[in-house]
Design a binder for this molecule. Structure first.
Ligand code: DGL
Length: 258
């Protein structure tokens, strides 16, 4: 096992979008992906319990040889990114924050919408992003209960997407930020719901660019391996990977923390 791998984690399948963007940029990197499916969804839990999971998974990834950890989950970033950096000062963390800054640059009417989980909106990170970047632009948050779970389970998310995006359109949003990594997998459906005049921003490519920057050429000697780990059922995770990416990959099941 590599002792200089990039660990990537999420509550479930959402971070797979980030994983594939990272793979595009760093073909030789050794990647370890953890889906914390025994505790998914994170977005409807309280921040303290999500933080506890983030610490347990970070410790697992460090033991597994990761030297950079990508928190490919807005909810976990909201709950724990700041504390993870404090607890593990020698580890590089790359986290997710809602892409308010590019949305503020893109809006023409001065109103942007953010689709994310309850947990993401509760964290201090969201308030700080708005504080730093809104710059007089109206930022409308829309929590999306059930949407990440529908994507996880493969049930039809159409009705939820129509309802949540309609609220943002009613508020006059002309730019919508995907503030949960799961939503990347339904970005096309969201674009269809809001129509051509509304710009939808998926931050996954920008996060992968940031991973490439912090790795600064360290992956040239890697083997290009990807290890898929779940705290849930490996076969179910393999089915989900196949459904969402078109390719079946072997996954291993582990117990992490309590
Ligand atoms: N993918 C996650 C996020 O970015 C969490 C979804 C969930 O588990 O509720 O927020």
């Amino acid at each position: 096992m590599s002792t200089d791998s990039i660990g990537i984690f999420d509550s479930g399948v959402g971070g797979l979008g980030v994983l594939s963007e990272v793979r595009e940029r760093l073909s030789e990197a050794d990647l370890v992906y953890v889906a914390d499916q025994a505790f998914a969804p994170y977005g409807e839990r309280d921040l303290a319990s999500v933080r506890k999971r983030a610490f347990a998974i970070a410790a697992y990834l460090l033991d597994a040889g990761s030297t950079t950890i990508v928190v490919a989950c807005n909810s976990a970033s909201a709950a724990a990114l700041h504390e993870l950096r404090k607890r593990f000062p020698n580890v590089q963390f790359v986290g997710m924050e809602p892409a308010v800054k590019p949305a503020v640059d893109a809006t023409r009417r001065g109103t942007i919408g953010v689709l994310a989980t309850e947990a993401t909106f509760q964290g201090a990170l969201f308030a700080s992003v708005v504080d730093r970047h809104a710059n007089g632009i109206a930022v409308v948050p829309r929590a999306c209960p059930g949407l990440a779970a529908a994507i996880e389970d493969g049930t039809d998310p159409g009705e939820l997407i129509d309802r949540y995006t309609a609220d943002l359109l009613d508020e006059g949003a002309d730019t919508i930020v995907l503030g949960c990594t799961h939503y990347s997998f339904v970005a096309d459906r969201i674009r269809r719901a809001v129509g051509d005049g509304v710009h939808v921003i998926d931050p996954a490519p920008a996060v992968a660019l940031q991973v490439e920057r912090v790795r600064a050429g360290r992956d040239a000697g890697g083997t290009g391996s990807t290890l898929y780990v779940t705290t849930g059922q490996p076969e179910r995770f393999e089915d989900q990977i196949q459904r969402l990416t078109g390719i079946r990959r072997p996954a291993v099941g582990v117990a992490i923390g309590t």
